[in-house]
Design a protein around this ligand. Sequence first.
Ligand code: ZN
Length: 178
Amino acid sequence: MFHEFDASYIDVRGDGVFALFNKDKVYNAIVAAITFKTFSALEFVPLIKKKVNIDIGCHIGIDQKTVLVRKIGLKRKNCRSDRQNEIWAGRPINMASKLASKSNDGELIVSDRFFKNLESDLVLKSCGCNSVEKENLWVELDVSNERIFDFNYAYMLKSYWCSEHGKDYCNEIIKLDC
Ligand SMILES: [Zn+2]
């Protein structure tokens, strides 16, 4: 799913997945997150729960900052070894996972520095299916007391793609990155 939305780097560890997007792909990043949580809540989790009675769900966080990457490991002469691992410097990955663990099942939480990129009502407001007017979808969270974060506010999204308008919204939002 993250590959489909143009993630530059994807890493799966245990039951978690980490995806890195270039800074000109903020709308792809948000659309990937909403698609992932919609799939989890409406398809994946109900399917699993039909078979086994376990408590599963999905937690997602997004942060934005410059990340430095360095490949280390053995390098053969004249060719690049594939025995190299990426070393990540910088805290945004850590902050994204902390935001994810702060979320309740099905919620997406993003840092304010990521949120301020989102200017389109396509992302900020609902399609209007469940209400007369298009409502604001995001809830501001004050995280200034939590020392693990180097930002004061985060924003939380509960809603999923609308079964009627979600696909069109998804396609329109992606175009905003171009
Ligand atoms: Zn709708």
